[in-house]
Design a protein around this ligand. Structure first.
Ligand SMILES: Nc1nc2c(c(=O)[nH]1)N[C@H]1C(S)=C(S)[C@@H](COP(=O)(O)O)O[C@H]1N2
Ligand SMILES: [Mo]
Length: 433
């Protein structure tokens, strides 16, 4: 049995001569691997920050992964300054992730003969290595696919995006650490074996296969080259540049917004004071005109007190102005908008917390669906730029931007800037961070 398995592989992709590209080899794989490693470090780091930005330590409704255990080891109170922090980190997470797609595909192409290696399992060590590769490749594909689906289509898969993308990331990361540790030596040797500069000067007609390698990446029966390594790397780079060009505008904004052809929220959010991106419209969230008319009231609860205010009353309180962006987990963000309204700290004072206000649970009119409420930490309530906004860019909030009142907090993920607010409950929720 063993001899049969170890013998000649069945016809098809398990035969080394099936794979004929003269470009495949340890050098090309290593170059793509290094680019991917640098990029994925950025994507992973900003992804971990994105998770921390939700302040999951505040418990429900923020925490969508209550069973995270030790995986939350690095969580820290998300700051409110610099106010553009989440705009930057999440813009990078999504943009760099999308830009890496061509590199990831090229890297997988470069190692595909190994997927069919024969015999499939040679030893226990080999079996373990292959399992780690399944977790690595599967984890990478899973993270890219869930990420892209979340920004393009939103939550079409069963369950919530957050736990899937979060736990998937840890599986992927563990497999990546193993992979890098196992391959670092080979990568070094492969990169030393050929000069990048030389390779970038080599045209197709002078392109030669790499020398045979023990991993079987180099074809034993290479076809004549139809493209140079320079050309192949150039195509991947061009693919990444195109991804960058059609997405980065959604985070950078201004005139570039019109170039963000792949951006899910459209390139033209309209004009006027309320002419900036809308995530969920009032209609989509089932907000009724009657809910937000003259009968709308804000309930502020605190240390044994409960106050009910109308919008007119809120407008007679000291109004404060802050220039802040909306930055969504989906990667898009707005440029700074001029919000004005009542400071959250002033509302906390109404509720009995004159100094050092605690955190707050914010609830909206929205009856169901995600993001109808969010918890903010004490540092977020205390920031003088944290507002219950009533107006934006000199006009009343539009219904879609959260009229009669919405939260806006510096560096806060968009999803926690709750629209159509009805209740603020001050007090520190169980903080397990
Ligand atoms: N009540 C409520 N608030 C909400 C949402 C929601 O669906 N319901 N969406 C959030 C998300 S995901 C984002 S990115 C911001 C977007 O704010 P905007 O639509 O005013 O740009 O609002 C947040 N506030
Ligand atoms: Mo969002």
């Amino acid at each position: 049995m063993r001899a049969a398995l170890a013998g000649r592989p069945p016809p098809g992709p398990s035969r080394p001569e099936f794979w004929r590209s003269p470009l495949r080899g340890p050098w090309l794989t290593s170059v793509l691997g290094v680019v991917l490693l640098v990029g994925l470090t950025v994507v992973t780091g900003t992804g971990m920050l994105s998770y921390a930005a939700y302040n999951p330590g505040l418990g429900p409704p923020n925490d969508m992964t209550p069973d995270k255990g030790l995986l939350g080891f690095y969580l820290f109170p998300w700051p409110t300054s610099p106010y553009w922090l989440y705009r930057l980190t999440q813009g990078m997470h999504v943009t760099v992730g999308l830009v890496l797609i061509p590199v990831l595909l090229a890297k997988l192409w470069s190692v595909i003969p190994r997927l069919f290696a024969w015999p499939p399992i040679r030893s226990l060590g080999h079996a373990l290595e292959r399992i780690s590769l399944i977790l690595l490749v599967g984890g990478a594909l899973f993270e890219f696919v869930t990420g892209v689906l979340n920004i393009q289509l939103e939550y079409i898969f069963p369950g919530s995006f957050y736990p899937l993308h979060f736990y998937g990331a840890w599986i992927f990361l563990a497999a990546l650490v193993v992979h890098v540790a196992l391959r670092m030596g080979k990568v070094r040797a492969a990169l030393r074996g050929r000069s990048l500069r030389e390779e970038l000067r080599t045209p197709t007609r002078r392109t030669k296969p790499e020398s045979p390698d023990e991993d079987g990446l180099v074809s034993p029966a290479p076809a004549a080259p139809t493209i140079s390594r320079r050309g192949a790397l150039g195509m991947v780079g061009l693919g990444s540049l195109v991804m960058l060009a059609v997405t980065a505008g959604q985070s950078i904004g201004g005139a570039l917004r019109t170039t963000a052809l792949l951006a899910p929220r459209g390139q033209n959010p309209g004009t006027g004071p309320n002419g900036f991106q809308i995530n969920k419209t009032a209609e989509a969230r089932g907000i009724r005109e009657s809910d937000v008319g003259p009968r709308w009231r804000l309930t502020v609860r605190g240390a044994g007190r409960e106050i009910v205010l109308g919008r007119d009353r809120l407008l007679t309180m000291p109004q404060h102005t802050a220039h802040l962006p909306i930055a969504c987990v989906e990667g898009w963000s707005t440029t700074d908008q001029e919000w004005s309204g009542v400071r959250l700290a002033d509302l906390a004072a109404l509720a009995g917390y004159d100094t050092q206000p605690p955190g707050v649970l914010v609830e909206s009119l929205q009856r169901s669906g995600s993001f109808r409420s969010a918890a903010l930490r004490d540092n977020q309530v205390r920031d003088p730029d944290s507002l219950l906004a009533l107006r934006v860019n000199g006009a009343d909030l539009s219904l879609d931007h959260g009229y009669p009142a919405r939260v806006i907090v510096p560096a806060n993920p968009g999803v926690h800037n709750t629209k159509w607010v009805t209740t603020l409950t001050f007090g520190n929720p169980a903080d397990t961070t």
